[in-house]
Design a protein around this ligand. Structure first.
Ligand code: HEM
Length: 136
């Protein structure tokens, strides 16, 4: 029981800071002042954070499998919320990765749109996260 609680708590620590970084990193690059000259620094933070979200999210499932032999029984709404989060995480990871590979050639407006999209994906994922608590 102790080790199970510790495993969930440590995974949640990574998941919480990852959530803070994907949203905070994108918002802070844009607001209250435009800091897009440091776009690549923010982008690396956001890339690592989306990766951490996927890894820690998967670890929640692995922990359940290890201790109970099955993943949690999710309602339809919670399953949809999880699918939205996974789609947002993959999209955010790919988008910020493309920016890191190709963004040097992009216009300022294109870079701004990229960070706005990253902030929107993080907002979507955080909103969906609340619906994981939907038990039917
Ligand atoms: C592959 C992607 C992801 C997977 C597989 C995943 C999986 C999970 C799981 C299984 C939980 C429930 C943990 C529990 O209470 O037992 C959870 C919670 C949470 N996730 Fe994710 N997640 C992913 C991405 C994200 C992203 C991108 C964000 C935010 C940007 C996020 C934010 C949260 C938050 C805030 C919670 C806590 C919700 C609460 O306790 O009410 N997750 N996630």
């Amino acid at each position: 029981m102790g080790s199970e609680n510790l495993a969930y708590a440590l995974t949640q620590v990574v998941h919480n800071f990852g959530a803070a970084a994907v949203l905070g990193g994108a918002v802070f690059a844009l607001w209250p002042l435009d800091r897009l000259e440091y776009g690549r620094v923010f982008a690396w933070l956001i890339l690592v954070a989306w990766g951490a979200q996927m890894a820690s999210g998967a670890l929640f499932g692995v922990t359940s499998l290890y201790y109970y032999g099955e993943t949690p029984d999710l309602s339809h709404i919670a399953t949809a919320a999880l699918a939205v989060k996974i789609a947002a995480a993959i999209s955010g990871f790919v988008l910020v990765g493309i920016y890191l590979l190709r963004g040097r050639a992009w216009t300022q407006a294109g870079v701004r749109r990229t960070f706005q999209s990253l902030a929107a994906l993080a907002t979507l994922a955080l909103t969906a996260a609340a619906f994981l608590r939907w038990f039917s």
